[in-house]
Ligand binder design. Structure first.
Ligand SMILES: *Cc1c(COP(=O)(O)O)cnc(C)c1O
Length: 409
């Protein structure tokens, strides 16, 4: 009772922190693997992993060691100098993908900024400065910088921040015919998450990804994937676009899992798409500093392992099977199970905010999502036993949601 009252209380307003977050009063002190511990020692099963960031779990020994080792040598020098860690991590990323070159950032939104600038500069360098339009999709999320909110076109995130920026166009997610009609002589690029994260774990099909690629090829449009959330092993392949053949992008933004909790992002591009980005075009003070690169290298070594990716597919298969069982037993609570791999969306018939609280009552953490979804984004190395525990807690949350719905009726 006391716990419930505490967690359901309105967030405590802080005097000194800008009030942009709807926080629960839960505060964690330490974590290990998929387990988080509050300041008063209570354990929670973490099935949101810092919103797909702590993909290797909390306090992963390899990541901890990488930070320690590098912290004792060199943290930061500036991009005026050659940074060997950047060259190493860029080689790992380009060897593993479609890309030839990489720009390192500190966050996802910055990787998106770089992607948009790279696309526009490409057309400018090719003698087409009029090609500036970036086509994004409804329900997308690309981060919170002005360009990123304009690219996603989410009205709630644009409100109050002045006029829409020119050069951004919104298409309907999955509507390939509508999209074709929007591509014209001023189109620079199409930006899309192969699996939408915040929008509610909506996945494009293999055929849709291939159709996007063909449309871009036919019209000289660049294809940008935002794999900030769905990339880096989350779907059971290193990148979600790999599920489709012949659907690689020209430019891709990644972040989140890349640092496993340390802020690292990257914009990847083919040499062709990156040709406009010459000396002076772009930059970042912290981006790609030695400390970030050491963590990124350690994380990539773990994430790009066939064993881990096979494990993700196995645990994801277990969840899919168990969650459809829940959907059958709780048709009044669960409307749909969607997503890909360990980016799982549960579309609810009862309010998702309430459901997140029911999960927290079971000492389990899940993320919210658009379209009245909750998302499961557990660490990729979640064990099958932990997955069983998660399903049992979700079942109890479904019971609680049912009881609450009945009481309200
Ligand atoms: C989290 C996220 C971003 C923004 O990343 P930040 O690091 O918060 O700037 C962009 N796109 C997608 C798909 C994301 O999930």
């Amino acid at each position: 009772m006391t716990e419930k009252t505490a967690t359901q209380a309105a967030p405590v307003p802080s005097d000194h922190i800008m009030g942009v977050y709807n926080r629960t009063p839960l505060a964690f002190e330490r974590g290990v693997g998929a387990r988080l511990f509050t300041t008063d020692g209570e354990a929670y099963l973490d099935c949101m992993a810092g919103i797909a960031v702590n993909a290797l779990g909390h306090a992963n020994p390899k990541l901890v060691q990488a930070v320690k080792d590098q912290a004792e040598k060199l943290w930061h020098v500036s991009n005026i100098f050659t940074i060997p860690g950047q060259e190493k991590l860029a080689k790992v990323l380009t060897d593993a993908t479609f890309a030839d070159e990489v720009f390192f950032t500190n966050s996802g939104a910055e990787a998106i900024e770089c992607a948009i600038k790279t696309a526009r500069k490409y057309h400018w360098a090719k003698g087409h400065p009029e090609r500036i339009d970036i086509i994004g999709f409804d329900g997308s999320f690309h981060g919170r910088t002005l360009a990123a909110v304009n690219a996603s076109g989410n009205a709630a995130y644009l409100e109050g921040f002045g006029p829409r920026m020119p050069g951004f166009v919104q298409a309907k997610f999955g509507d390939m015919e509508g999209l074709k009609a929007l591509v014209g002589p001023t189109t620079a690029a199409i930006i899309v998450e192969p699996v939408q994260g915040e929008g509610g774990a909506r996945s494009l099909t293999e055929q849709q990804l291939q159709a996007l690629r063909r449309l871009c090829d036919d019209t000289g449009t660049l294809l940008i994937y935002d794999e900030i959330q769905c990339g880096l092993g989350r779907t059971g392949k290193l990148f979600a676009y790999e599920w489709a053949t012949d659907a690689a992008p020209d430019i891709m933004a990644i972040a989140k899992a890349l640092g496993g909790g340390f802020p690292v992002g990257a914009c990847l591009a083919t040499a062709e798409a990156g040709q406009g980005m010459t000396v002076g075009s772009h930059g970042s003070t912290y981006g790609g500093n030695p400390l970030a690169m050491a963590v990124g290298l350690a994380a990539m070594e773990e994430l790009n392992s066939p064993q881990l990716l096979a494990h993700v597919r196995e645990v994801a298969g277990y969840f899919t099977q168990q969650l459809s069982g829940l959907q059958e037993r709780f048709p009044d609570v669960v409307e749909d199970i969607r997503g890909k791999g360990l980016l799982i969306g549960i579309k609810l018939k009862t309010p998702n905010r309430e459901f997140m609280q029911h999960a927290r009552d079971q000492h389990m953490l899940i993320a919210g999502g658009g379209d009245n979804c909750v998302r499961l984004l557990p660490p990729l190395n979640l064990t099958l036993e932990e997955a069983q525990e998660a399903v049992a807690k979700l079942e109890a949350a479904c019971e609680a949601a049912r009881t609450q719905a009945k009481a309200a009726a």
